[in-house]
Design a protein around this ligand. Structure first.
Ligand SMILES: Nc1ncnc2c1ncn2[C@@H]1O[C@H](COP(=O)(O)OP(=O)(O)OP(=O)(O)O)[C@@H](O)[C@H]1O
Length: 286
């Protein structure tokens, strides 16, 4: 059974055609990268798959074999399907003033009674499970800290722990590493790859930098102007091929090359350039 099946998905915002007939299928247990230059439609596509947005007439999205939306209307199982689909964004994933454990426990909200959820009445076993979920992403020690005290990478990992609590079968990660330093980005990608492998959670992760797609995902889907322009093996996405696909916009999709440091020269990285990339070794998953 497919985890995600998108058929002829179109979305127009006023005059802007954000999605122009997207077709894609992901099998259960796959981890797929979604790449594209700024404005190519990655977030809009993610939001439709998450059931946060409705496509135009003629569009269909199926989640785990059920119609999630068709012709701009949500299907009858919408609530259940939203529960089975965890979403993490680039930022604003957590409630900053609440302890991390409470944020993680929020993953239960679709499953506990509304009054328990409203008053934050979680039992001992649920709290233990939340700490286990934080352990799963490598940060059990931050459970009782306020979310605002976490680093960006820790916040993303706590958000992933929340989706584990939610027991989502699909995880949509919309540019989860865009604002992180390389070491934190790798840790977040390692966690995504690990839960994909061990929990068999289907992962669709949108990325600005194709290097991470090459290292972490066998398959990449590339968007341009709201259309799928490539869907295939990630290792076929050479820098030359990206330049062919995106032209000048390919500069956004490769990692900035580190200049060899000359004596007296600043260590600042150079703006990215087509064909410029760090060594693959720098990104080998831990
Ligand atoms: N709610 C909206 N109203 C109007 N236009 C929108 C809306 N959401 C997205 N768009 C437009 O749709 C296009 C696709 O946007 P989207 O955010 O999906 O791109 P993206 O690939 O995720 O970009 P980025 O990498 O910069 O996040 C853009 O031109 C954007 O301005």
């Amino acid at each position: 059974m497919s985890a995600i099946a998108v058929e002829k998905l179109t979305k127009r915002f006023g005059k802007k055609q954000a999605l122009a007939g997207i077709d894609l299928v992901m099998r259960e247990g796959e981890m797929v990268a979604l790449i594209g230059a700024s404005g190519s439609g990655k977030s809009t596509l993610m939001r439709h798959i998450a059931g946060l947005e409705r496509g135009d007439a003629g569009s269909t999205v199926r989640i785990l074999g059920h119609i999630q939306q068709k012709d701009g209307r949500f299907g009858p199982n919408m609530r259940d399907l939203r529960g089975r689909t965890g979403v993490i964004f680039q930022q604003f994933n957590l409630v900053a003033r609440l302890p991390v454990i409470t944020n993680v426990l929020c993953g239960l909200l679709g499953r506990v009674s509304p009054w328990r959820g409203t008053f934050g009445l979680f039992n001992r076993a649920e709290k233990r499970a939340a700490i286990e979920a934080l352990g799963r992403v490598g940060i059990p020690e931050v459970a009782w800290q306020r979310a605002s005290t976490l680093s960006g990478g820790q916040q993303q990992r706590a958000a992933i722990a929340r989706t584990l609590m939610q027991r989502s079968q699909i995880l949509l990660a919309d540019e989860p590493i865009a604002s992180l330093d390389p070491a934190s980005a790798r840790r977040v990608m390692d966690v995504l790859a690990d839960i994909n492998r061990t929990e068999k959670i289907t992962v669709l992760v949108s990325l600005h930098q194709v290097e991470y797609a090459r290292v972490y995902c066998d398959r990449t889907i590339a968007l341009r102007d709201g259309r799928v322009v490539y869907d295939g093996p990630s290792d076929a996405l050479s820098d030359d091929f990206l330049t062919e696909l995106y032209g000048a916009a390919s500069e956004e999709l490769v990692l900035p090359q580190r200049l060899p440091v000359k004596s007296g020269a600043a260590k600042a990285p150079r703006p990215s350039a087509p064909g410029a990339r760090q060594g693959q070794d720098a990104l080998v998953p831990a």
